[in-house]
Design a protein around this ligand. Sequence first.
Ligand code: GAP
Length: 441
Amino acid sequence: MTVEMDKIVSLCKRRGIIFQNSEIYGGIGNTWDYGPLGVELKRNVKDAWWRKVVCEREDMEGLDAAILMNPATWKASGHLESFTDSLVDCKKCKHRFKLDDVGGSRCPDCGGELTDARSFNLMFKTFVGPVEEDASVAYLRPETAQGIFVNFLNVQKMMRRKIPFGIAQIGKAFRNEITPGNFTFRTREFEQMEIEYFVKPGTDEECFQRWVEERFNWYLDLGIRKEHLRLRAHERNELAHYAKACVDIEYLFPMGWSELEGIANRGDFDLSQHSQHSGKDLNYFDETTNEKFIPYVIEPSAGADRATLAFLIDAYREEEVRGEKRVVLALQNRLTPLKAAVLPLLRNRPDIVEKARAIAADLRGEFRTVYDDTASIGRLYRRQDEVGTPYCITVDVQSMDDQQVTVRERDSMQQVRISMGGVKAYLKDCLAQGGLVALAG
Ligand code: GAP
């Protein structure tokens, strides 16, 4: 079983990973801010994704499109008409539910009578310019995908790309969700990491399978336990309006198996729609076969917040060490917010403090390092364990004589003494290989 969500929420608050948004005003429903360590963790998740799907591949380009788009986009994409939930209200307690979530005709909370179902569009509306009139309505994008589709020709032509190739993008998306919740799992403002991969019709199914595998393995490679991941194919009746097929990568969250990422075969739906609505020919011309066609699209669509939450949950461990509880975030070194912490054993010894600060300053040039002298060494270790810092470097009295420091590894709690001058090179090796690398000689 995985850890309860409350423990994750509490750790995130306690250790500066995730805070409630506008907390001093009582917050705003299901909206969260990433704190100093959370921002590092989420950046590492996004960097790992970008590296894997853009930098390490020869068939991908990146993009950073704007959140606001010409509203015609949303008509063409079908979001104005179909991106809706059916809602019912309780006439007695006024609670609102998604029609899919209520079993019968009575309110699940108080048994009161429910209204007829109404359609509710999930897109956030806003106005561009000073006048709030119909002509100036715009929407906050509910998916980053459309910014890619409307740039398909630009990227393909300017980068002289031949099909198959893909475009990747990380960015904010907004949905006026009716039932947000489970911490950062479902929020109204979130970040997506999306790929639109353009292929020749007929090659789409094979490509779809390849992406499902590729994306599943990404989570495994970054340390998610295999027994906490599974694939689930969508039934016909749950497919989004644009999808021909869809497979979800599900993670065993504390509330049960839930979607982490969806891989969809969008067929030629989006490019055909944008071709029709914009009047621009979005056909691709294959010079080798002299064929002209609208490419099919395979879309692996992940959530940066959901992935970050899954990595946090999967890494959470509670252990007993010498009769005391130890909480550890056993994140992979590439994901940890901090790579090293430098801790002086005695904060009232200026020579020790000065040495420790100098080591921290030197390490900072290479990787995210903190200096901390605000508690006893035992508490400082626990603090770093809780945020997953893989290595702590301790400067003690003896260091002043032998010019050596102690390096302690998070998971095994093993320690080695190494020379001060060699700390940076040693940590670089350890971070690349994991654990404590054996010392030469
Ligand atoms: N372009 C396809 C698309 O947007 P989706 O399944 O609606 O598909 C893709 O969203 C991913 O975005 C989800 O698997 C999830 O990780 C993330 N996501 C969607 N809605 C979210 C929400 N309200 N809060 C947090 N993440 C969300």
